[in-house]
Write a protein that binds this ligand. Structure first.
Ligand SMILES: [Zn+2]
Length: 333
């Protein structure tokens, strides 16, 4: 049975009036899932991340800063305020993502979704930013590599923003293949096509910038013709999705044009890849700020990840050609 990780502490990270990354996001998507009978998924409470799990990615100074700023109800920057409940929420968001990965790699589950906040993909080793405190996906990927027998992890980040934190943490590592489709130029300003990783990690960062206004023809083509073929050759033991839903056309923060059904198409591609490679897949909530679009897109993603089905074929887009030309030095695309 697919597993859904959640925790009530996600509602206690208070970002203040008018902030798009708010507790109502979780309330909205869970109210929708409740109406759908949770799609038959098993709900589990997220544990706290252990100090060991966190220190494998973050500096002790960063962890102390998150804890202290939470107690003080301070902020890292104007986008990234904390409340008293933020530290506990952040521990559960990272810990729930680690627990999901344990269920996938040790307990034989094939599909998971971690719907916790705060999100994580902008948080670097020693830095919180962009609504993110701890790098949930990076901490879980590191946990899979260090403690659960995985040799390689594929991370697909389809949030509209570049996952600069995850990318930076694994920039020089060949253990994580990181593929990000993101609006560009846009916040946080990183992730040009030419940033392919560094050192032993050269070729293991697939940065796929797209112009504002891009719709599913672009996103799906980049997945079909760049991310999936590279991941197939990479042969991961685990697939993680940094699942943001702010590329939805209704999103007030993003500027792209995906439909709710586009997330089903994206998720079906991930499901098909996971089936082909016989590896589990876990999705982790990142952004997504229109409550109705978020709720519908999360449910659509969960359904497609669990049920699969043939992805609809799309024409090869010129941006996929440009990306293949750059990244074809490392992968057969
Ligand atoms: Zn985002």
């Amino acid at each position: 049975m697919p597993v859904y990780l959640r925790h009530s502490s996600s509602l206690e990270h208070d970002t203040g009036f008018g902030h798009p990354e708010r507790a109502d996001r979780i309330r909205a998507l869970e109210a929708d899932l409740e109406r759908r009978g949770w799609l038959g998924w098993e709900r589990r409470d997220a544990p706290q991340a252990s100090e060991e799990q966190l220190l494998a990615v973050h500096t002790p100074e960063h962890l102390r800063a998150v804890r202290e700023l939470s107690a003080l109800e301070g902020a890292f920057d104007i986008d990234t305020p904390l409340s008293e409940g933020s530290w506990e929420a952040a521990l559960r968001a990272a810990g729930g993502t680690c627990a999901m990965v344990e269920m996938l790699l040790s307990d034989g589950e094939r599909t998971g979704f971690a719907a916790l906040r705060p999100p994580g993909h902008h948080a670097d080793r020693a830095r919180a930013m962009g609504f993110c405190l701890l790098s949930n996906v990076a901490v879980a990927a590191r946990h899979a590599l260090d403690s659960l027998g995985a040799d390689r992890v594929f991370v697909l980040d389809w949030d509209i923003h570049h996952g600069n934190g995850t990318n930076s943490i694994f920039h020089a590592s060949p253990e994580v293949l990181f593929a990000s489709i993101h609006q560009y130029p846009f916040y946080p300003g990183t992730g040009p096509l030419g940033d392919v990783g560094s050192g032993a990690g050269e070729g293991f960062s697939l940065n796929l910038p797209v112009p504002g206004g891009s719709g599913e023809a672009v996103f799906l083509s980049l997945v079909d013709h760049v991310a999936v073929p590279a991941a197939r050759q990479f042969r991961p033991d685990l697939i993680l999705v940094s699942a943001g839903f702010d590329a939805h056309r209704a999103d007030p923060v993003g500027g792209c044009a995906l439909e709710t059904s586009s997330y089903g198409e994206l998720a079906r591609r991930v499901r098909a890849l996971a089936d082909e490679l016989s590896v589990p897949v876990g999705a982790v909530l990142e952004g997504g700020y229109d409550l109705d679009a978020l709720a519908a897109s999360v449910a659509t993603t969960m359904e497609a990840l669990a049920d699969g089905g043939p992805p609809r074929s799309v024409e090869r887009h010129r941006l996929a050609d440009a990306a293949a030309e750059m990244l074809g030095r490392y992968w057969e695309l």
